[in-house]
Design a protein around this ligand. Structure first.
Ligand code: SF4
Length: 244
């Protein structure tokens, strides 16, 4: 495939249907393809597609030890409904061990450090050995996600990153979930459009941004697992290299 053909293939992916993007990714990268599933509505769309298309994807979640009971219930419901395991990736320390080593309530005093210990480092471990990973982020979600492309180069992990829903509006996510009867977190119906760890998630008032309840008042909007991508040329090299 020459440069022009490659560019047109990558350009096509930017507006392709999520199912086509996932199928493309599985064809190129499986079995070294992972999906980091955070149990949000967008992730439920992708898990539904991955399961129904029977794609060879390592689906895992970052189990921080601080998830809501409702999130754990959704985890079990999805595994039962689709007959697929969602692998748990855990921090090196339990919540109690972290408190002993770093002090109680680290999430209040140093949330970036807490996220590093409970999400960023475990993600790096989970992605080790993979060639590409799938994320459920959308451009509309936050200003820092506004430049998200479907196909990116993740500079931190040195992998191809695939964001099949980058261009989806929120309404389309919910339309898919309703149409296909996909289970979702029951907290969404109770004022929590975005759900993370218990200590760092609060209810959102009508008219507030959907992620306003995450790390409220702490000047933080991301846990640190989504970094700025590298230029497009890098991802082309990575796709070629990984497909060899
Ligand atoms: S979201 Fe909060 S509790 Fe969870 S890892 Fe980050 S700082 Fe810690």
């Amino acid at each position: 495939m020459d440069v022009a053909e490659r560019q047109s293939e990558y350009g096509r992916l930017e507006s392709a249907d999520a199912a086509d993007v996932l199928a493309w990714a599985a064809e190129r990268f499986a079995p070294r393809l992972a999906f980091a599933f955070g149990f949000g509505p967008e992730g439920c769309v992708l898990f539904d597609l991955i399961a129904r298309l029977e794609l060879d994807v390592d689906v895992f979640t970052l189990d921080t030890g601080l998830l809501f009971p409702e999130t754990r219930t959704l985890w079990r419901r999805l595994e039962l409904r689709y007959g697929r395991t969602i692998r748990a990736v855990r921090p090196r320390q339990t919540v109690e061990e972290q408190a002993a080593a770093h002090g109680e309530l680290l999430w209040e005093r140093a949330p970036d450090r807490c996220c590093h210990l409970r999400k960023v480092e475990p993600l790096a471990r989970a992605l080790d050995g993979h060639a590409a990973w799938i994320s459920a982020i959308r451009r509309e979600q936050t200003p820092s996600r506004a430049q998200t492309r479907v196909l990116e180069s993740d500079p931190v992990h040195g992998l191809v990153k695939i964001n099949p829903l980058a261009h989806w509006p929120r309404a389309r996510v919910w339309d898919h979930l309703t149409t296909h009867g996909v289970p979702v977190n029951t907290l969404h119906a109770h004022g929590y459009p975005s759900v993370g760890c218990v200590p760092c998630t609060s209810r959102v008032a009508p008219g507030e941004d959907e992620r306003a309840g995450r790390w409220r008042g702490q000047g933080k909007s991301e846990c640190g697992i989504h970094s700025r991508p590298r230029p497009d040329a890098v991802v082309e090299d990575q796709v070629r290299g990984a497909a060899r």
